[in-house]
Design a protein around this ligand. Structure first.
Ligand code: 5GP
Ligand code: SF4
Ligand code: MG
Length: 455
């Protein structure tokens, strides 16, 4: 998902709209904006793409100098209008709206406890637990109640809340999902990725740190470190696939250059004699450029993507995903005929896309097809906000690389090594979560949670 918040601009909702538009890649199922004019909250939500949901008229119904927004793709709680964020309520402390990116591991347990005390939930989303914990808190101030709530949830949250007074943004102590701070003239902004600032011509200030909470209000930005500190576990898969290549996340350089470094490292690790290197567009492009640089084989565009089809993996229905591969990509025979082709993709999940791509390339005349994946085999699901399928559907959880090579019918198949990936990522390797590649989950599960999550 994507989150966005802006404080202190008379066109807050319009800027939130542009921010969400830039963050569309993080969720295409539904979006919402809640604005605040100092008297009340205004809500506009819908299912589908940002540009389709918010008309001029809808944006005109969102007055005020502060707003928060959200793009959704469901990892917990399922689709449906009732789960579209920001969730907003009016309670003893006034108005409150919440937009959340990440997954809370203990949401089901907390929800049962809250329901036992009489809480009535409006949605099936794990995010609503945050609101009920705020309402049930015994702390005196609203800020302390927010902190109290966020201290009780375990898992991943990059969360943006709006109160009558201002905006609160927080990142869980592991810092699984990105969240950054920006500035637009006198206004302060928070957004999942810096690409949201670029569209507004806003200035990127810094990443909000793991375990940091910031308040944006009439006093400007106030930073707190209210949570117990722990080892960071930032999602390395944001680099592999999820974030936009022009974004700076986790305080580092552009994701583009990291993906390219993954490709260069992959070329070093698994060189093969070939005539051309082609990407699986769009997600494989930077890594394929890196592979081309690292191997010396020319980069070509052997597959063309139809950009009017949504990102397949974000569609929740299996049937749509399979349909999507065919309508999305087409081969260019003039590029491929008689060639030994290295085809680079960012990740291999189920193997169904790769299998179709290999067939497509051979059909278009490729003499040899060597599949290269710029991340390690995905062996276990994510519980921190990325929609990986169940373990059973992850082909690498139960098959060797050679078995997968056979299945996708490639002449060779190689993945980027785990060491190679964390070496090519900025900073120290220990600061990343790599659980979907290693099953080393940074947050330990209780037995009840293991059973519930199917571990
Ligand atoms: P596969 O070959 O595993 O079917 O698909 C891999 C390709 O599709 C990659 O380009 C990846 O970007 C995308 N993809 C397809 N399904 C998923 C999914 O469920 N999760 C993720 N993370 N990526 C997927
Ligand atoms: Fe990211 Fe994988 Fe960790 Fe999930 S399990 S947070 S996708 S690295
Ligand atoms: Mg892809």
């Amino acid at each position: 998902c994507a989150v966005f918040g802006i404080y202190g601009h008379k066109e807050a909702a319009n800027l939130a709209y542009l921010g969400l538009y830039a963050l569309q890649h993080r969720g295409q199922e539904a979006s919402g904006i809640v604005s605040n004019d100092g008297e009340q909250f205004y809500v506009e939500k819908g299912q589908g793409l940002v540009a389709d949901i918010f008309s001029q008229q809808a944006l005109a119904r969102l007055p005020g100098t502060m707003a928060i927004g959200h793009n959704r793709y469901s990892t917990a709680g399922g689709a449906g209008l009732k789960n579209v964020q920001p969730l907003s309520v009016n309670f003893a402390f006034g108005n409150l709206a919440v937009a959340h990116n990440g997954n809370l591991i203990n949401a089901t347990m907390l929800r049962s406890e809250l329901e036992a005390y009489g809480a009535i939930f409006q949605s099936t989303s794990d995010t609503e637990v945050i609101i009920h914990l705020i309402a049930h808190s015994r702390a005196d101030t609203l800020l302390d109640r927010v902190i109290d709530s966020l201290t009780q949830v375990r898992g991943a949250f990059s969360v943006v809340l709006m109160t009558d007074q201002g905006i609160v943004a927080a990142r869980d102590p592991h810092g699984f999902r990105p969240l950054c701070l920006g500035r637009f003239r006198d206004a302060w902004i928070v957004a999942s990725e810096s690409c949201a600032f670029d569209l507004l011509d806003a200035e990127y200030v810094r990443e909000i740190e793991p375990g940091e909470l910031v308040v944006l209000d009439h006093q400007g930005v106030t930073s707190y470190k209210p949570f117990a500190q722990t080892k960071p576990a930032m999602c390395v898969f944001e680099y592999v696939y999820f974030a936009r290549p022009d974004s700076r996340i986790f305080g580092g350089k552009a994701v583009y250059s990291i993906r390219k470094a993954f490709g260069r490292q992959l070329a070093q690790e698994s060189r093969v004699e070939a005539d051309i290197v082609i990407p699986v567009p769009d997600s494989g492009v930077p890594a394929a450029l890196g592979y081309s640089e690292g191997s010396g084989f020319p980069f070509e565009t052997g597959l063309i993507r139809n950009h009017y089809v949504g990102r397949t993996f974000i569609e929740p229905e299996q049937s749509i995903r399979h349909f999507g591969v065919k309508v999305k990509l087409n081969a260019v025979p003039e590029v491929l005929e008689g060639k030994r082709v290295v085809v680079v993709d960012d990740s291999l999940v189920r193997g169904t896309t790769s299998r179709k791509i290999v067939k497509m390339l051979r059909h278009a005349g490729a003499k040899e097809v060597h599949m290269r994946i710029s991340s390690p085999p995905i062996v276990s699901p994510c519980f921190y906000g990325i929609d990986t399928p169940t373990k059973k559907e992850l082909i690498a959880s139960s098959h060797t690389t050679e078995e997968i090579r056979k299945y996708i019918t490639a002449d060779s198949l190689a993945y980027l090594s785990l060491d190679g990936m964390v070496k090519a990522a900025p900073g120290s390797p220990g600061q990343y979560c790599d659980a979907c590649f290693t099953e080393q989950y940074p947050i330990s599960f209780t037995r009840a949670e293991e059973l519930q999550l199917g571990l």
